[in-house]
Ligand binder design. Structure first.
Ligand SMILES: Cc1cc2nc3c(=O)[nH]c(=O)nc-3n(C[C@H](O)[C@H](O)[C@H](O)COP(=O)(O)OP(=O)(O)OC[C@H]3O[C@@H](n4cnc5c(N)ncnc54)[C@H](O)[C@@H]3O)c2cc1C
Length: 471
């Protein structure tokens, strides 16, 4: 029996949802095993990952893969824009070598299965070929092809079709709330738009369990809200390509060339909407508890902790500002900072000094690990006193990490003016330092880092694009 692809994960885990959505999108058959409901599965995941409970973990044909991103899934499973390719062959077979080389030269991803190593694979090949063991046997989107020559492969995979050298009115880099909104507005203005997205459409909001502050929805899950935005952008005709990471922009005489790993796209204008990444502590338990005990946004998730006890981690302006804000309605805040003094401005440290009844401070204290109970429910944070080396558990109902935001501006740092923290500086209608390139959402200097704000910035950028293209 062929091995079925197994995805070990949990419903609350954003990357599990991302991987499941990607497999579903490409019609890949897999079995989902919820590690929260299956102790054996948890033990297996921990064994694969040297004691760490990292999900999603995937297994296939005796190999395991820890939290592969969508590009890695493409490689593992042979996912291409023209189809999913699986080749059954053997190392000693000349035609298999020929076909493998041809596909590699044509940059076609394929899953390769040695029939000599898997009895089930040999049986499958014999079944396909009416009892004969003919290799290579190649499945393209599940359809078998017995020892196809290079010409047949070229036709089947549409390799000789010239890639359209289409030029877009606007290329939007990043498919989060800001990018999708720009596309909706640009399409309605009759501008051809293309979204290039590194992972999956939806951005950070897609990773959010519950959104309670997006106007029009008292409570909506992040994936539901972002799926609606994606549907709206597609309805108006926006083109969307996922799994492509933009590596740079080259300004030309009449248009910009946007480079990705392996491809290039032409656009008359560009909107950068690549968002930012919350800095994480990188300690055990953090990844597993994101969204269910560990949070990075007080405005978004603080309300879940009304009259409850929480831990805030960080010592800069945002940690103190958010800690003071959270202390306004929670029962108690435990503020943990690894240095001997807070680095926040005195306006915050002075306020903090007057709130000792609500905020307990732990300076010179390093977070060690987040702790959950047997049911996976958040229990607290284990910390180490730097002076004594002693460790202790601070028990609470949840924790908020405020140790900074990292803008996703690496590919643009040599091209555009960025501020000292790496965010893109803009003026007017979201205009960057280069005319024709705009920035919207969390990647922009001064952004508010909320979904509603990001959609507003998408509107602003679309107006900038309109003025630029018509000007
Ligand atoms: C855990 C969490 C909870 C949150 N909860 C809420 C909430 O309840 N309410 C609220 O209003 N806000 C919430 N936020 C904030 C909100 O998600 C963001 O403000 C919003 O998503 C910003 O949208 P954006 O489009 O600017 O960026 P993002 O959503 O970050 O989208 C940027 C996109 O660009 C892609 N990208 C990055 N680099 C590249 C590249 N080089 N090439 C191609 N694509 C690239 C990324 O993969 C991503 O999909 C939360 C954020 C987090 C992390």
């Amino acid at each position: 029996m062929p091995d079925q692809l197994k995805l070990y994960g949990a419903d609350w885990c954003p990357d599990c949802r991302r991987a499941k959505a990607y497999l579903d999108q490409h019609g890949i058959d897999y079995q989902f095993i919820d590690v929260d409901l299956d102790k054996k599965a948890t033990a297996l995941v921990e064994k694969i990952n040297s004691g760490k409970r990292i999900i999603p973990t995937l297994t296939l044909h005796g190999k395991s893969y820890t939290n592969p991103d969508n590009a890695a899934l493409d490689e593992i499973l042979g996912i291409n824009p023209t189809g999913v390719v699986v080749m059954y062959g053997a190392d000693w077979c000349p035609d298999c070598r020929r076909a493998k080389r041809y596909l590699r030269d044509a940059q076609v991803r394929f899953q390769y299965i040695e029939v000599d190593q898997h009895e089930w694979a040999a049986e499958l090949v014999e079944k396909i070929n009416k009892g004969k063991r003919i290799i290579p046997t190649i499945l393209i989107d599940g359809q078998p092809h017995t020892n196809p020559d290079n010409d047949t492969l070229r036709q089947l995979l549409k390799l000789d079709e010239e890639k359209p050298q289409k030029s877009y009115d606007v290329i939007i880099i990043g498919g989060g709330a800001a990018g999708l909104t720009t596309a909706i507005y640009a399409q309605r203005d009759r501008f051809d738009s293309l979204i290039l997205e590194k992972k999956n459409i939806g951005g950070n909001a897609w990773l959010t369990e519950k959104i309670e502050n997006y106007p029009g929805f008292t409570n909506i899950s992040g994936p539901d809200l972002m799926d609606k935005m994606e549907e709206q952008a597609r309805t108006y005709g926006a083109e969307i390509i996922t799994g492509v990471e933009v590596t740079g922009i080259e300004p030309g005489e009449h248009c910009f060339t946007v480079r990705t790993k392996g491809d290039a796209y032409q656009g008359r204008s560009i909107v950068i909407a690549t968002g930012s990444t919350y800095r994480m502590l990188g300690i055990p338990g953090e990844q597993e508890l994101i969204g269910s005990g560990v949070h990075f946004c007080a405005t978004c998730d603080g309300a879940f902790y009304r009259d409850r006890e929480i831990i805030v981690i960080g010592g800069g302006n945002s940690a103190l500002e958010e800690g003071i804000f959270l202390a306004g309605f929670t029962k108690k805040v435990h503020l943990v900072h690894r240095s001997e003094a807070f680095s926040a401005d005195s306006i915050y440290t002075e306020k903090l000094a007057g709130m000792q009844d609500k905020i307990a401070t732990y300076l010179d204290t390093t977070p060690v690990r987040f702790v959950s109970d047997k049911a996976g429910k958040f229990k607290g944070l284990e910390v180490k006193d730097n002076a004594t080396g002693k460790e202790k558990l601070i028990e609470a109902d949840g924790a908020f990490v405020f140790i900074g935001l990292l803008p996703n501006t690496q590919p643009f740092k040599d091209l555009l003016d960025l501020n000292e923290r790496g965010f893109i500086a803009t003026q007017g209608l979201a205009q960057t330092s280069i005319p024709g390139i705009f920035a919207a959402g969390d990647v922009r200097e001064g952004a508010i880092a909320q979904v509603a704000a990001a959609t507003g910035e998408g509107v602003l950028a679309s107006y900038g694009v309109k003025a630029y293209l018509k000007g």
